[in-house]
Design a protein around this ligand. Structure first.
Ligand code: NAD
Length: 315
């Protein structure tokens, strides 16, 4: 099997490249990435072939898709704040870029797994969020992800493209960047705590998140690629945990052996209050994947940040 991973030099993409290196039956892994938020160094130690380029380059996408057996489409402008700063750029990459990938898949009858997001639900009150709920994105990012999964489902219906649209929730783990202004909560907390700095909490910290360790996500993606899993509805990729940001800070303090010092600032525009997945569809499609518990995932994540900070400090 030859797997094309768009966004392959990013956090989730590079973890998937590493997991697929040595996966029985995988002959080649190709990572297409424009390095806008990813880093080619993330692919060190994997056997992935790196192609620097954009999903907006249609001839390039067509060539790479034609040479693959399955596509995992992760490339995106991946955050709410980026989409608030430049909504059109988010639309171009996340919606139009996805359309380019789907067009190439249509011409090749290619199986494609794609990353949508829990942000499509917006702030609808019902929890956990099951996939049949109405969608109400609060940000251009959420709207662009909804467009991407809607196109995927339409290509499945209209052209019989084998598609699997997965709604990722809060994924965390090694290789996740803490370095930019839009860092996700786990890397931001771990990085600050290891540097002995206070961690910044947006709002009162009682907002809840459904955290999924990246090792669990890549197992689902690899299994989906290997068995060519398809779905004619979106599928949540999270296991239904409900953890407040304040609780996360306490758990990280326990892993680190010292309580975190927190600093509260105003809540962010576009952030949802509660985010928890219904996971029945996921567990029915992937009965063999056991999610890594949060406490274990946090230990792996802290260990990776610790090693990275120490090696930077030793240069
Ligand atoms: P990431 O930023 O690390 O990865 C995205 C990758 O896409 C980056 O390497 C970036 O350089 C690349 N990219 C951006 N524009 C591109 C383009 N035009 N052409 C080619 N490559 C391009 O983010 P991630 O957390 O690994 O996210 C992967 C996917 O999962 C994204 O689609 C994101 O929207 C989705 N997602 C992630 C989370 C999460 O918690 N991490 C939650 C919901 C959805």
């Amino acid at each position: 099997m030859r797997v094309l991973i768009t966004g392959g030099a990013g956090f989730i993409g590079a973890n998937l490249c590493a997991y697929l290196t040595g996966f029985p039956g995988v002959r080649a892994v190709v990572a297409l990435d424009d390095l806008s938020t990813g880093d080619a160094a993330n692919l060190a130690g994997t056997s992935a072939e790196f192609v620097e380029g954009s999903i907006l380059d249609r001839p390039l996408v067509a060539e790479l898709v034609a040479a693959a057996d399955t596509v995992v489409h992760l490339a995106a402008r991946p955050s709410v704040p980026m989409s608030l700063a430049d909504p059109v750029a988010s639309h171009e990459v996340n919606a139009s870029g996805t359309l380019n990938v789907l067009e190439a898949c249509r011409r090749n009858g290619m199986h494609v797994i794609l990353a949508s997001s829990s942000s499509v639900y917006g702030d609808i009150a019902m929890s956990p969020k099951h996939e049949d709920l109405a969608t109400r994105p609060l940000s251009p990012y959420g709207a662009s992800k909804l467009a991407a999964e809607a196109y995927a489902l339409a290509y499945g219906t209209a052209f019989e493209v084998p598609v699997l649209p997965l709604r990722f929730f809060n994924v965390y783990g090694p290789l996740q960047s803490a370095e930019h202004a839009y860092a996700a909560v786990v890397p931001a907390f771990v990085d600050a705590a290891l540097r002995g700095e206070p961690v910044t909490v947006f709002g009162d910290g009682e907002q809840t998140r459904d955290f999924t360790y990246v090792g669990t996500v890549v197992r689902v993606l690899a299994d989906a690629a290997w068995r060519r899993v398809v779905s004619d509805t979106p599928v949540n990729l999270a296991y239904g945990s409900r953890v407040t940001v304040n609780e996360l800070a306490v758990m990280l303090g326990e892993v680190l052996g010292t309580p975190l010092v927190t600093r509260h600032i105003a809540a962010r525009i576009g952030d949802v209050r509660h985010s928890q997945a219904a996971c029945e569809r996921l567990t029915r499609l992937f009965p063999n994947v056991d999610p890594v518990p949060l406490a274990d995932g946090l230990k792996h994540t802290v260990a990776w940040f610790d090693r990275t900070l120490n090696s930077v400090g030793n240069v």
